[in-house]
Design a protein around this ligand. Structure first.
Ligand code: FA5
Length: 333
Protein backbone atom coordinates (compact mmCIF):
# COMPACT_ATOMS: atom_id res chain seq x y z
CA UNK A 1 0.00 0.00 0.00
CA UNK A 2 2.80 2.40 0.92
CA UNK A 3 4.60 1.84 -2.39
CA UNK A 4 1.36 2.25 -4.37
CA UNK A 5 0.53 5.54 -2.62
CA UNK A 6 4.02 6.99 -3.10
CA UNK A 7 3.91 6.04 -6.80
CA UNK A 8 0.44 7.58 -7.26
CA UNK A 9 1.43 10.86 -5.59
CA UNK A 10 4.60 11.31 -7.60
CA UNK A 11 2.78 10.45 -10.84
CA UNK A 12 0.21 13.24 -10.32
CA UNK A 13 1.01 16.14 -12.72
CA UNK A 14 -1.86 18.48 -11.80
CA UNK A 15 -3.43 19.63 -8.53
CA UNK A 16 -6.64 17.82 -9.53
CA UNK A 17 -4.84 14.50 -10.09
CA UNK A 18 -2.99 14.85 -6.80
CA UNK A 19 -6.23 15.55 -4.97
CA UNK A 20 -7.76 12.45 -6.48
CA UNK A 21 -4.81 10.36 -5.29
CA UNK A 22 -5.04 11.96 -1.85
CA UNK A 23 -8.68 10.94 -1.52
CA UNK A 24 -7.88 7.43 -2.73
CA UNK A 25 -5.20 6.82 -0.09
CA UNK A 26 -5.65 9.37 2.69
CA UNK A 27 -9.40 10.03 2.45
CA UNK A 28 -10.84 10.28 5.99
CA UNK A 29 -13.96 8.15 5.25
CA UNK A 30 -13.00 5.51 2.73
CA UNK A 31 -9.33 6.02 1.91
CA UNK A 32 -7.20 2.91 1.57
CA UNK A 33 -5.20 3.86 4.67
CA UNK A 34 -8.41 4.07 6.67
CA UNK A 35 -9.38 0.58 5.44
CA UNK A 36 -5.98 -0.74 6.53
CA UNK A 37 -6.51 0.81 9.95
CA UNK A 38 -9.86 -0.96 10.26
CA UNK A 39 -8.13 -4.23 9.27
CA UNK A 40 -5.86 -3.89 12.32
CA UNK A 41 -8.79 -5.00 14.48
CA UNK A 42 -8.70 -8.48 12.99
CA UNK A 43 -5.00 -9.04 13.65
CA UNK A 44 -4.17 -11.72 16.31
CA UNK A 45 -3.52 -10.31 19.74
CA UNK A 46 0.19 -11.20 19.89
CA UNK A 47 0.83 -9.61 16.47
CA UNK A 48 -0.91 -6.35 17.33
CA UNK A 49 2.06 -4.25 18.58
CA UNK A 50 4.16 -5.09 15.52
CA UNK A 51 1.32 -4.44 13.08
CA UNK A 52 0.45 -1.13 14.79
CA UNK A 53 4.04 0.02 14.55
CA UNK A 54 4.23 -0.99 10.90
CA UNK A 55 0.92 0.81 10.21
CA UNK A 56 2.18 4.07 11.77
CA UNK A 57 5.40 3.93 9.75
CA UNK A 58 3.44 3.45 6.54
CA UNK A 59 1.02 6.27 7.45
CA UNK A 60 3.86 8.70 8.08
CA UNK A 61 5.62 7.71 4.88
CA UNK A 62 2.44 8.16 2.82
CA UNK A 63 1.69 11.53 4.37
CA UNK A 64 5.26 12.67 3.78
CA UNK A 65 5.04 11.54 0.16
CA UNK A 66 1.86 13.55 -0.27
CA UNK A 67 3.43 16.71 1.21
CA UNK A 68 6.44 16.33 -1.06
CA UNK A 69 4.34 15.79 -4.20
CA UNK A 70 2.19 18.77 -3.33
CA UNK A 71 5.27 21.02 -2.77
CA UNK A 72 6.86 19.81 -6.03
CA UNK A 73 3.70 20.59 -7.96
CA UNK A 74 3.55 24.09 -6.54
CA UNK A 75 7.20 24.78 -7.34
CA UNK A 76 6.72 23.60 -10.93
CA UNK A 77 3.68 25.89 -11.34
CA UNK A 78 5.62 28.91 -10.14
CA UNK A 79 8.37 28.35 -12.68
CA UNK A 80 6.04 27.69 -15.59
CA UNK A 81 2.74 29.51 -15.04
CA UNK A 82 -0.26 27.92 -16.62
CA UNK A 83 -2.10 29.70 -19.43
CA UNK A 84 -0.85 30.75 -22.86
CA UNK A 85 2.82 31.69 -23.12
CA UNK A 86 3.60 35.36 -23.90
CA UNK A 87 4.17 35.98 -27.59
CA UNK A 88 7.32 38.09 -27.99
CA UNK A 89 6.57 38.75 -31.65
CA UNK A 90 3.40 40.78 -30.92
CA UNK A 91 3.75 44.57 -31.39
CA UNK A 92 4.13 46.47 -28.07
CA UNK A 93 1.37 48.53 -26.51
CA UNK A 94 1.49 52.10 -27.78
CA UNK A 95 2.42 54.68 -25.14
CA UNK A 96 0.11 57.67 -25.35
CA UNK A 97 2.15 60.86 -25.42
CA UNK A 98 0.91 63.92 -23.59
CA UNK A 99 0.54 67.20 -25.39
CA UNK A 100 -0.17 70.83 -24.61
CA UNK A 101 -3.76 71.94 -24.09
CA UNK A 102 -5.15 73.68 -27.21
CA UNK A 103 -5.26 77.00 -25.34
CA UNK A 104 -1.62 76.67 -24.29
CA UNK A 105 -0.74 75.95 -27.91
CA UNK A 106 -2.75 79.01 -28.96
CA UNK A 107 -1.02 81.21 -26.39
CA UNK A 108 2.39 80.10 -27.69
CA UNK A 109 1.36 80.87 -31.25
CA UNK A 110 -0.07 84.30 -30.38
CA UNK A 111 3.17 85.21 -28.57
CA UNK A 112 5.07 84.14 -31.64
CA UNK A 113 2.99 86.25 -34.04
CA UNK A 114 3.06 89.33 -31.82
CA UNK A 115 6.77 88.82 -31.18
CA UNK A 116 7.39 89.17 -34.91
CA UNK A 117 5.44 92.44 -34.78
CA UNK A 118 7.83 93.67 -32.10
CA UNK A 119 5.75 93.04 -28.95
CA UNK A 120 7.41 91.47 -25.93
CA UNK A 121 5.59 89.55 -23.19
CA UNK A 122 4.71 91.07 -19.80
CA UNK A 123 3.01 89.40 -16.85
CA UNK A 124 0.75 90.46 -14.02
CA UNK A 125 -0.98 88.84 -11.04
CA UNK A 126 -4.38 87.12 -11.29
CA UNK A 127 -5.29 88.38 -7.82
CA UNK A 128 -5.46 92.13 -8.30
CA UNK A 129 -6.34 95.16 -6.25
CA UNK A 130 -9.17 97.42 -7.19
CA UNK A 131 -6.71 100.20 -8.04
CA UNK A 132 -5.17 98.28 -10.97
CA UNK A 133 -8.37 96.57 -12.09
CA UNK A 134 -10.52 99.74 -12.03
CA UNK A 135 -9.30 103.02 -10.61
CA UNK A 136 -6.12 103.50 -12.64
CA UNK A 137 -8.12 102.43 -15.70
CA UNK A 138 -10.38 105.43 -15.26
CA UNK A 139 -13.28 103.31 -13.95
CA UNK A 140 -14.85 105.50 -11.23
CA UNK A 141 -16.13 104.19 -7.89
CA UNK A 142 -19.79 104.26 -8.84
CA UNK A 143 -19.21 102.56 -12.23
CA UNK A 144 -21.37 99.43 -12.77
CA UNK A 145 -18.29 97.44 -13.91
CA UNK A 146 -17.26 97.38 -10.22
CA UNK A 147 -20.51 95.73 -9.12
CA UNK A 148 -19.86 92.84 -6.70
CA UNK A 149 -22.27 90.79 -8.80
CA UNK A 150 -20.02 91.21 -11.85
CA UNK A 151 -16.72 90.44 -10.13
CA UNK A 152 -15.07 87.88 -7.90
CA UNK A 153 -14.04 89.99 -4.91
CA UNK A 154 -11.93 88.24 -2.30
CA UNK A 155 -13.14 88.04 1.25
CA UNK A 156 -11.79 86.55 4.45
CA UNK A 157 -13.81 84.25 6.70
CA UNK A 158 -14.55 85.59 10.17
CA UNK A 159 -16.77 84.32 12.96
CA UNK A 160 -19.51 86.69 11.87
CA UNK A 161 -19.25 85.66 8.19
CA UNK A 162 -17.12 86.72 5.21
CA UNK A 163 -15.75 90.27 5.18
CA UNK A 164 -13.68 92.20 2.65
CA UNK A 165 -9.96 91.42 2.80
CA UNK A 166 -8.29 93.99 5.10
CA UNK A 167 -6.20 95.61 2.37
CA UNK A 168 -6.01 99.29 1.47
CA UNK A 169 -7.54 98.48 -1.92
CA UNK A 170 -10.11 95.60 -2.12
CA UNK A 171 -8.77 92.45 -3.81
CA UNK A 172 -10.44 90.57 -6.63
CA UNK A 173 -9.69 88.01 -9.33
CA UNK A 174 -8.84 90.29 -12.23
CA UNK A 175 -11.70 90.72 -14.68
CA UNK A 176 -9.47 91.85 -17.55
CA UNK A 177 -5.80 91.79 -18.51
CA UNK A 178 -5.88 95.60 -18.87
CA UNK A 179 -4.50 95.57 -15.30
CA UNK A 180 -1.12 94.67 -16.78
CA UNK A 181 -1.11 97.88 -18.87
CA UNK A 182 -1.02 99.84 -15.62
CA UNK A 183 1.61 97.64 -13.98
CA UNK A 184 3.91 97.94 -16.99
CA UNK A 185 3.48 101.73 -17.36
CA UNK A 186 4.10 102.22 -13.62
CA UNK A 187 7.50 100.63 -14.00
CA UNK A 188 8.71 101.71 -17.43
CA UNK A 189 9.02 104.74 -19.62
CA UNK A 190 7.84 104.91 -23.27
CA UNK A 191 8.32 103.59 -25.87
CA UNK A 192 6.33 100.53 -24.78
CA UNK A 193 5.24 97.62 -26.93
CA UNK A 194 3.99 94.69 -24.86
CA UNK A 195 1.43 91.93 -24.84
CA UNK A 196 0.18 90.04 -21.80
CA UNK A 197 -1.70 86.76 -21.95
CA UNK A 198 -3.48 85.12 -19.09
CA UNK A 199 -6.58 84.16 -17.18
CA UNK A 200 -9.36 86.52 -16.23
CA UNK A 201 -12.48 85.85 -14.17
CA UNK A 202 -16.08 87.04 -14.38
CA UNK A 203 -19.27 85.59 -12.91
CA UNK A 204 -20.71 85.16 -16.42
CA UNK A 205 -23.09 82.25 -17.01
CA UNK A 206 -21.42 79.66 -19.23
CA UNK A 207 -22.79 79.34 -22.76
CA UNK A 208 -21.33 78.59 -26.19
CA UNK A 209 -19.21 81.77 -26.20
CA UNK A 210 -18.88 82.65 -22.49
CA UNK A 211 -17.10 81.01 -19.59
CA UNK A 212 -16.58 82.36 -16.05
CA UNK A 213 -12.82 81.92 -16.43
CA UNK A 214 -11.24 82.67 -19.76
CA UNK A 215 -8.05 84.03 -21.31
CA UNK A 216 -7.26 87.40 -22.80
CA UNK A 217 -4.38 88.78 -24.77
CA UNK A 218 -3.76 92.38 -23.85
CA UNK A 219 -1.71 94.61 -26.12
CA UNK A 220 -0.25 98.03 -25.33
CA UNK A 221 1.79 100.34 -27.50
CA UNK A 222 2.91 103.76 -26.26
CA UNK A 223 5.10 106.05 -28.29
CA UNK A 224 5.05 109.51 -29.82
CA UNK A 225 2.25 110.24 -32.33
CA UNK A 226 0.58 106.83 -32.36
CA UNK A 227 -2.76 106.88 -34.21
CA UNK A 228 -5.92 104.83 -34.60
CA UNK A 229 -4.61 103.79 -38.02
CA UNK A 230 -1.68 102.07 -36.28
CA UNK A 231 -4.08 100.19 -34.02
CA UNK A 232 -6.19 98.99 -36.93
CA UNK A 233 -3.13 97.92 -38.93
CA UNK A 234 -1.71 95.89 -36.05
CA UNK A 235 -5.04 94.16 -35.37
CA UNK A 236 -5.56 93.39 -39.07
CA UNK A 237 -2.05 92.05 -39.42
CA UNK A 238 -2.52 89.95 -36.31
CA UNK A 239 -5.89 88.56 -37.52
CA UNK A 240 -4.51 87.66 -40.93
CA UNK A 241 -1.44 86.01 -39.40
CA UNK A 242 -3.45 83.91 -36.98
CA UNK A 243 -6.68 83.24 -38.88
CA UNK A 244 -5.46 83.29 -42.48
CA UNK A 245 -5.47 85.83 -45.35
CA UNK A 246 -9.17 85.46 -46.17
CA UNK A 247 -10.41 86.43 -42.69
CA UNK A 248 -12.67 89.50 -42.52
CA UNK A 249 -12.63 91.71 -39.45
CA UNK A 250 -14.60 94.85 -38.67
CA UNK A 251 -14.35 97.65 -36.10
CA UNK A 252 -17.48 98.94 -34.34
CA UNK A 253 -17.50 102.16 -32.31
CA UNK A 254 -17.80 101.31 -28.63
CA UNK A 255 -16.97 102.60 -25.17
CA UNK A 256 -14.36 101.69 -22.57
CA UNK A 257 -13.48 104.09 -19.72
CA UNK A 258 -9.76 103.60 -20.39
CA UNK A 259 -9.73 104.27 -24.15
CA UNK A 260 -11.01 107.12 -26.30
CA UNK A 261 -12.04 106.53 -29.01
CA UNK A 262 -12.93 102.88 -28.39
CA UNK A 263 -13.89 100.07 -30.73
CA UNK A 264 -15.07 96.52 -30.55
CA UNK A 265 -13.53 94.12 -33.02
CA UNK A 266 -15.48 91.35 -34.77
CA UNK A 267 -14.38 88.51 -37.02
CA UNK A 268 -16.53 86.92 -39.68
CA UNK A 269 -17.28 83.25 -39.08
CA UNK A 270 -19.42 81.71 -41.80
CA UNK A 271 -22.36 84.06 -42.28
CA UNK A 272 -22.03 85.57 -38.81
CA UNK A 273 -19.85 88.04 -36.98
CA UNK A 274 -18.32 87.16 -33.64
CA UNK A 275 -16.82 89.73 -31.29
CA UNK A 276 -13.28 88.85 -30.30
CA UNK A 277 -11.98 91.94 -28.57
CA UNK A 278 -12.10 95.53 -27.45
CA UNK A 279 -9.56 98.23 -28.26
CA UNK A 280 -8.92 101.94 -28.50
CA UNK A 281 -6.56 104.86 -27.99
CA UNK A 282 -5.33 105.00 -24.39
CA UNK A 283 -7.33 107.65 -22.51
CA UNK A 284 -5.24 110.66 -21.35
CA UNK A 285 -6.53 110.07 -17.80
CA UNK A 286 -4.86 106.65 -17.78
CA UNK A 287 -1.58 108.12 -19.04
CA UNK A 288 -1.75 110.73 -16.28
CA UNK A 289 -2.48 108.10 -13.61
CA UNK A 290 0.85 106.43 -14.35
CA UNK A 291 2.74 109.73 -14.56
CA UNK A 292 3.02 110.06 -18.33
CA UNK A 293 2.44 113.35 -20.13
CA UNK A 294 -0.47 112.96 -22.59
CA UNK A 295 0.85 115.96 -24.50
CA UNK A 296 4.05 114.06 -25.31
CA UNK A 297 3.04 110.40 -25.70
CA UNK A 298 0.02 108.53 -27.00
CA UNK A 299 -0.81 104.92 -27.60
CA UNK A 300 -3.31 102.21 -28.24
CA UNK A 301 -4.42 99.15 -26.31
CA UNK A 302 -6.46 96.08 -27.08
CA UNK A 303 -7.82 93.07 -25.21
CA UNK A 304 -8.74 89.95 -27.17
CA UNK A 305 -10.57 86.79 -26.09
CA UNK A 306 -8.13 83.92 -26.65
CA UNK A 307 -10.75 81.15 -26.51
CA UNK A 308 -12.81 82.80 -29.24
CA UNK A 309 -9.78 83.18 -31.50
CA UNK A 310 -8.90 79.52 -31.00
CA UNK A 311 -12.53 78.52 -31.64
CA UNK A 312 -12.66 80.36 -34.96
CA UNK A 313 -9.29 79.02 -36.04
CA UNK A 314 -10.13 75.37 -35.29
CA UNK A 315 -13.89 75.38 -35.84
CA UNK A 316 -14.76 74.76 -32.17
CA UNK A 317 -18.39 75.84 -31.79
CA UNK A 318 -18.66 75.68 -27.98
CA UNK A 319 -16.18 77.29 -25.57
CA UNK A 320 -17.08 74.73 -22.88
CA UNK A 321 -15.21 72.03 -24.83
CA UNK A 322 -11.93 73.58 -23.67
CA UNK A 323 -12.76 72.90 -20.03
CA UNK A 324 -14.31 69.42 -20.12
CA UNK A 325 -10.97 67.60 -20.26
CA UNK A 326 -12.42 65.10 -22.71
CA UNK A 327 -9.42 63.32 -24.18
CA UNK A 328 -11.29 62.75 -27.48
CA UNK A 329 -11.52 66.51 -27.92
CA UNK A 330 -8.06 67.36 -26.64
CA UNK A 331 -6.20 64.81 -28.73
CA UNK A 332 -7.37 66.48 -31.94
CA UNK A 333 -4.97 69.36 -31.34
C1 FA5 B 1 -12.34 94.09 -22.10
O1 FA5 B 1 -12.12 93.16 -21.28
C2 FA5 B 1 -11.37 95.20 -22.25
N1 FA5 B 1 -10.39 95.15 -21.19
C3 FA5 B 1 -10.72 95.13 -23.62
C4 FA5 B 1 -9.90 96.32 -23.94
C5 FA5 B 1 -8.53 96.33 -23.71
C6 FA5 B 1 -10.51 97.46 -24.48
C7 FA5 B 1 -7.78 97.45 -24.00
C8 FA5 B 1 -9.75 98.59 -24.77
C9 FA5 B 1 -8.39 98.57 -24.53
P1 FA5 B 1 -14.52 92.99 -23.03
O2 FA5 B 1 -15.21 92.87 -21.74
O3 FA5 B 1 -15.34 93.33 -24.21
O4 FA5 B 1 -13.35 94.08 -22.97
O5 FA5 B 1 -13.79 91.60 -23.30
C10 FA5 B 1 -12.88 91.45 -24.37
C11 FA5 B 1 -13.04 90.11 -25.03
O6 FA5 B 1 -12.94 89.06 -24.07
C12 FA5 B 1 -14.40 89.88 -25.66
O7 FA5 B 1 -14.44 90.46 -26.94
C13 FA5 B 1 -14.46 88.38 -25.75
O8 FA5 B 1 -13.70 87.90 -26.87
C14 FA5 B 1 -13.76 87.99 -24.50
N2 FA5 B 1 -14.71 87.66 -23.44
C15 FA5 B 1 -15.40 88.50 -22.63
N3 FA5 B 1 -16.15 87.84 -21.74
C16 FA5 B 1 -15.94 86.51 -21.99
C17 FA5 B 1 -16.41 85.31 -21.39
N4 FA5 B 1 -17.21 85.30 -20.36
N5 FA5 B 1 -15.96 84.14 -21.91
C18 FA5 B 1 -15.09 84.12 -22.95
N6 FA5 B 1 -14.62 85.22 -23.53
C19 FA5 B 1 -15.02 86.41 -23.07
Amino acid sequence: LEAAAVAAFSAATSPAALEEARIEFLGAKSGKLKDAQKGLGQVAKEDKPGAGKRFNEAKQAIEAAFEKASADLKAREEVAPSGPLPDPTLPGRRVRLGRLHPLSQTIDELKDIMGRLGFSVADGPEIEDDYHNFEALNIPLEHPARDPLDNFYLSVATQSGPVAAPTASPLLLRSQTSTVQIRVMENRQPPIRIISLGRVYRPDAADATHYPMFHQMEGLLIDTSVTMADLKSVLRLFAVSYLGPEVQIRFRPSFFPFTEPSVEVDMKWGERWMEFGGAGMVDPNVLRAVGYDPEKVSGFAFGLGIERLCMRRHGVTDIREFYKNDIRFLQQF
